[in-house]
Design a protein. Structure first.
Length: 90
């Protein structure tokens, strides 16, 4: 059982590292730094229309879009307006 769990964790880590290699903002990181980041990643899944984080929330998380698209919005006079173009993977 322990071997199966280790193999599963290693496969997930390898997948994360391969994904991180495709994220342009992380290009300046060394291989070791990307490995450490891959170890720390936690996958969260959101449905279309879900709010991921809102203005004023604590900034304790760092988000990388693996799949799909997100839109950043800003509240102006009680109305949500787009603050960025749609952002996709990476």
């Amino acid at each position: 059982f322990k071997t199966i769990m280790q193999e599963s964790a290693t496969a997930a880590n390898d997948k994360h590292r391969a994904f991180l290699d495709k994220v342009p903002i992380l290009n300046s990181l060394s291989t070791m730094e990307k490995m450490q980041l891959a170890d720390a990643l936690k996958v969260k899944t959101y449905k279309a229309g879900d709010n991921i984080i809102k203005e004023g929330d604590d900034g304790d998380d760092f988000f990388i879009v693996e799949e799909g698209e997100v839109v950043c919005t800003k509240n102006k006079a009680g109305v949500e307006v787009e603050g960025s173009p749609k952002l996709g993977a990476g």
